[in-house]
Design a protein around this ligand. Structure first.
Ligand code: PGA
Length: 253
């Protein structure tokens, strides 16, 4: 099995003004110095400049929470990859379940955004995940397969180094109900097998897959001890420096 570098990314969602962003990063920097994992904070568009400045010279990279599929033009409310790259953004979340459920994001738009992001040199964090009804109703695997095949459509194996998958069961996001380590491992293994079906087993072993959904300092160790879990996408626990640093500084693996 190839060695995959763990990656812990904070997803601030619609939180933190510029002042709050600066304060949070200032507090976070010394706490995550020397982390073994790649550390990312995905901040609101308005806080990107502040975050890039505040993280300068540290091991924290800055990500955005979405990215447009077009280069430029009549796309009111969208932010282009060029705009993000110019500011120093390195990562972009695409297809978060909140965007899928509240803002009409589909596998097709997720795919278009992902292609554009990687074309412009951004590392994409491509989110997938099932609802509770889908899990309990037995359609989870079919749902995830559709999301993966749609999200990765037309993307070549040589581009996969710039894509990270975030498996986030919708029922675990912001609920305090984390998937058990067995549920997370089993489902992420299924995600990896599905990717292997497209790209082959060897290539699938190189793709980093994060778990997301109420991950925090209390459960990170057992989740990160699972062989197929390569990191986390952290919402609530990324909003306080001490909480986020506990996730970043997990003690296994
Ligand atoms: P949560 O959010 O950690 O607050 O559950 C995770 C996410 O939405 O990425």
């Amino acid at each position: 099995m190839s060695k995959r570098i763990p990656i812990i990314a904070g997803n601030w969602k619609m939180n933190n003004t510029n002042q709050a962003a600066e304060n949070l990063i200032k507090e976070l920097k010394p706490l995550v110095k020397g982390a073994r994992a790649e550390v990312v904070v995905c901040v609101p568009f308005t806080a990107i400049s502040t975050a890039v400045k505040a993280t300068k010279g540290s091991n924290i990279a800055v990500g955005a929470q979405n990215v447009a599929w077009a280069d430029s033009g009549a796309f009111t409310g969208e932010i282009s990859a060029d705009m993000l790259v110019e500011l120093g953004v390195k990562y972009a979340i695409v297809g978060h379940s909140e965007r899928r459920t509240m803002f009409g994001e589909t596998d097709e738009t997720v795919n278009k955004r992902t292609k554009q992001a990687i074309k412009k040199g951004l590392v994409t964090i491509l989110c997938i995940g099932e609802t509770l009804a889908e899990r309990e109703g037995g359609s989870m695997e079919a749902v995830l397969k559709t999301q993966i095949e749609g999200g990765f459509s037309g993307i070549g194996a040589n581009e996969l180094k710039n894509i990270i998958v975030a498996y986030e069961p919708v029922w675990a996001i912001g609920t305090g109900v984390t998937a058990t380590k067995e549920q997370a491992q089993d489902t992420i293994l299924y995600v990896r097998k599905t990717l292997a079906g497209i790209y082959g087993e060897q290539t699938a072993q190189t793709i980093r897959i994060q778990y997301g959904g109420s991950m925090n300092g209390g459960n990170v160790d057992e989740l990160m001890a699972q062989p197929d879990i390569d990191g986390g996408l952290i919402g609530g626990a990324s909003l306080k420096a001490v909480d986020f640093s506990k996730v970043v500084n997990f003690t296994c693996r």
